[in-house]
Design a protein around this ligand. Structure first.
Ligand code: OGA
Ligand code: MN
Length: 213
């Protein structure tokens, strides 16, 4: 008898599988050492170099057709990353992100066709008030990703935690994620309100979105 489903023609990836089950069960997943120390350090140096070259700009709220700079809401500086302009660091970054996206599409039928990522630097004293990652005129963002590029000695006392506000049977609970180097957080962009608490030293990351088109 012919098989209804074609055989699985790719290796199951236990790391990706646990991200998927976290997303299904709780709407978010936190993965430590998503990238090794060497890659994180290349990405951190690349961020720092671009920042020192003044290539970052003050992040806005809203999207490009509806932009508003609001320092009290969001204090980070960002630089969009062009996947085509390879350097070693971003090539390593996109290689792993692209396999995650391919895996999500093959296993979850999410139809993730587009992505956008930027470097972000929050100077001391800044954060990003509670929000969801959707625009009034654009709801294509499905999954949000943050990869932390902080120095290895980042501690809770440095602030800058990501607070995820997750709905539960007995009300909302707060999940606090310390932005330690190499940690990746992925969550459902429009279902999970979240906030970046004020950091007390430069807080470095790559943040991005997987989108339908
Ligand atoms: C964002 C955001 C979270 C983080 O940029 O929209 O929520 O931990 N970032 O940097
Ligand atoms: Mn956000």
């Amino acid at each position: 008898m012919a098989a209804i489903f074609p055989p699985i023609d790719f290796e199951p990836n236990p790391g990706f599988e646990s991200i998927i089950s976290d997303l299904l069960v709780q709407g978010y997943s936190v993965v430590d050492h998503f990238f090794d120390e060497e890659t994180v350090s290349l990405l951190r140096n690349s961020l720092r170099t671009h920042f020192e070259e003044n290539r970052f700009k003050k992040a806005a709220i809203g999207n490009r057709t509806n932009e508003l700079i609001a320092v009290g809401i969001r204090g980070d500086y960002i630089l969009w990353i062009d996947e085509q302009l390879h350097n070693t660091a971003t090539a390593l970054f996109f290689s792993k992100i692209n396999s995650l996206v391919a895996y999500l599409n093959r296993t979850c039928f999410l139809g993730l066709l587009e992505k956008e990522f930027h470097y972000a630097l929050y100077p001391p004293g800044t954060g990003y008030k509670r929000h969801i990652d959707a625009f009034q005129n654009d709801d294509r963002r499905k999954l949000s990703i943050a990869l932390y590029l902080n120095e290895e000695d980042w501690s809770n006392a440095d602030g800058g935690a990501l607070a995820l506000y997750v709905a539960g049977a007995d009300g909302e609970k707060t999940i606090s994620v310390t932005p330690v180097a190499g940690r990746m957080v992925i969550f459902e962009s429009q279902k999970i309100p979240h906030e970046v608490l004020v950091a007390h030293r430069d807080r470095l990351s790559i943040t991005g979105w997987l989108k339908t088109s």
